[in-house]
Design a protein around this ligand. Structure first.
Ligand SMILES: Nc1nc2c(ncn2[C@@H]2O[C@H](COP(=O)(O)OP(=O)(O)OP(=O)(O)O)[C@@H](O)[C@H]2O)c(=O)[nH]1
Ligand SMILES: [Mg+2]
Length: 555
């Protein structure tokens, strides 16, 4: 899939903004070189648009002896440039200015001190004669590379002998495939070709350019010596200059190329999709880099990531939730028995500690829960890995790695967060005592009172009998005497109440345990959402935003 071209116009401002954001989003994810390059493009664009946009800097570039200086002279109607027989001739770039007013800062930025004003029209054309790109002199090559990277319009001057040279095609034309709108190719010295060969030569050159990804670039046959084709070339340049848009088209192409370079670092993991990564070395017959099935990430849907049951379960186990839930049930039963048990024996219960309090959950300090076992820790690890793997399944590398990393990025905070959650989810469990405990407790004391009354009554009777004093009248219930009924009935009722209360306490304990388990699950899900899912989603959104920004920058 190629980058969508010529779709709804996106302003240069928008593209630059998008590229700058894409570079920020790619920081620490993609290659630093590509990120830095994107930022440099944004910075350079900022400078260029601040300089004269009424001028168009056009560079004549090509191999030594192709006739750049000759063409420079022919186009300007001067003999400003030295045309030499010894190669290379031109060492430093020089400029011919049609309407120099206001062009100073632009030429200063281009760092071209040799400037000449061409009398006559003031169209805003700045024609630059460059040194040779294939020079034996390193300084020449540097000068060419520097200016090729910044001028508004490029005229590649080729000649019949060297137009197919790999140097110009591989080093310049292919990498500049996105700059076809700000490029012209001329075949100079056509006067040296037999008439019938000119067309064949031009067709051959067009074929080579198409293979470079530069289909549709204007190709002109000219002769600086005879002047053939020079007016046509001049007219073509004048059209570009009068539009005054070459500078922004060039910057837009730079932005698109930088976006493509960033995207090339992103590899699609799905084998059904083409591998967009640029191989380290291109085979000789490989398509040009910019024509590789690249960018166009388009809209990237952020995959849904949710707290899975497996994750909650693993975290719950590691946080000691089963121990806590059991303690909640036991604590309730313990306190219930202490409040409603048979008073004769229930003080024994009070001597035993509350199973929940024993865990020291609500004190804010470290709980006394047993630390997670190695098995539990590795289960959490597996669950985190699974979250990362599921979330990154449809995401290209190296973003997928970043997503997987994000899923575990806050795992160190899990232990403390889970401890806090367990503490707060269980803090309510210990405090509230049901009202029926008091009723049952009072009833229990009444049974004790009845037992005591019956016992005292029987003792008094026994004492009177012993002292042979006249006995007290003893009313009966049926045939059973009241004191006996009170003593035995009280004991029986007390035991019976204790028994019934135990049944209620058991059910109440279960209910509270269930409630605590639910609260704990909610709390743990929240911890998972905050510490695992949120960072994972953030990274996925970052990738989606990056893809969106790249699409915008390269559109
Ligand atoms: N026959 C013919 N010769 C040309 C033409 N243009 C340039 N030449 C000759 O080619 C030689 C090199 O021309 P220059 O203009 O110096 O070439 P250049 O590209 O500036 O070379 P460098 O400055 O070394 O990069 C000179 O001898 C020119 O006279 C042309 O259209 N036809
Ligand atoms: Mg020259």
């Amino acid at each position: 899939m190629k980058l969508p071209r010529g779709k709804a116009e996106v302003s240069l401002d928008d593209r630059l903004e998008a590229l700058a954001e894409a570079a920020d989003l790619a920081e620490d994810r993609l290659g630093q070189e590509a990120v830095d390059h994107a930022r440099a493009v944004v910075a350079r664009a900022g400078v260029r648009r601040g300089l004269s946009v009424g001028h168009t800097a056009v560079a004549l570039a090509g191999a030594t002896g192709s006739g750049k200086s000759s063409l420079f002279n022919a186009l300007s109607g001067t003999d400003l440039a030295t045309v030499g027989v010894t190669r290379p001739t031109t060492a430093k770039a020089q400029a011919a200015l049609w309407g120099p007013d206001g062009s100073g800062p632009l030429l200063d930025w281009l760092d071209v001190p040799r400037r000449h004003t061409v009398e006559g029209d003031a169209s805003g054309l700045i024609l630059l004669d460059l040194p040779d790109h294939d020079s034996i002199e390193l300084s020449h090559r540097r000068e060419v590379d520097r200016l090729v990277a910044v001028v508004d319009l490029l005229v590649w001057v080729l000649d019949p002998q060297k137009y197919a040279d790999a140097a110009v095609h591989e080093r310049y034309l292919r990498p500049l495939a996105r700059h076809r709108d700000v490029m012209v190719v001329v075949l100079n010295q056509v006067d040296r070709l037999p008439e019938r060969s000119v067309k064949r030569c031009l067709d051959d050159l067009r074929g080579l350019l198409a293979a470079d990804g530069l289909e549709g670039v204007p190709v002109l046959g000219v002769s600086a010596r005879t002047g053939e084709g020079v007016p046509e070339l001049r007219a073509l340049l004048d059209r570009q200059v009068s539009r005054r848009r070459a500078w922004s088209s060039r910057l837009a192409a730079d932005v698109a190329a930088a976006a493509a370079t960033l995207w090339v670092d992103t590899r699609l993991p799905d084998t059904r999709l083409p591998d967009t990564r640029l191989p380290d070395t291109l085979p000789p017959d490989a398509p040009p880099p910019n024509a590789l099935p690249s960018p166009a990430p388009g809209q990237v849907a952020v995959p849904e990531v949710a707290v899975s049951r497996a994750l909650t379960r693993a975290l719950a186990q590691a946080a000691g939730v089963p121990v806590v839930v059991e303690a909640v049930a036991k604590s309730h039963r313990h306190r219930s028995i202490a409040a409603t048990g048979w008073p004769v024996t229930r003080w024994l219960r009070r001597l035993r500690p509350d199973p929940l309090r024993r865990l020291h959950l609500a004190k804010g300090a470290r709980s006394s829960l047993p630390a997670a076992t190695a098995v539990e820790v590795s289960a959490v690890d597996t669950a985190l890995r699974d979250v990362g793997a599921a979330a990154s399944a449809t995401v290209p590398e190296p973003w997928a790695t970043a997503v997987r990393h994000a899923a575990r990025s806050r795992s160190r905070e899990l232990t403390d967060a889970l401890d806090r959650t367990v503490a707060s989810a269980t803090s309510g469990g210990v405090s509230s005592a049901p009202r029926w405990w008091r009723v049952a407790g009072t009833a229990q004391w009444l049974t004790v009172a009845a037992m005591a009354a019956g016992a005292i009554w029987l003792l008094v009777r026994f004492a009177l009998d012993y002292l042979m004093l006249p006995g007290l009248p003893t009313p009966t219930v049926g045939r059973a005497p009241w004191p006996t009924v009170l003593l035995l009935g009280g004991a029986l009722a007390g035991l019976l109440i204790a028994l019934v209360c135990r049944v209620f306490a058991w059910a109440g304990g279960r209910r509270r345990a269930r409630r605590a388990a639910k609260a704990l699950r909610t709390g743990i899900e929240q911890v998972a959402a905050d510490l695992i899912i949120a960072p994972t989603r953030d990274e996925l959104s970052r990738y989606a935003r990056f893809a969106d920004r790249i699409t915008r920058a390269a559109s």
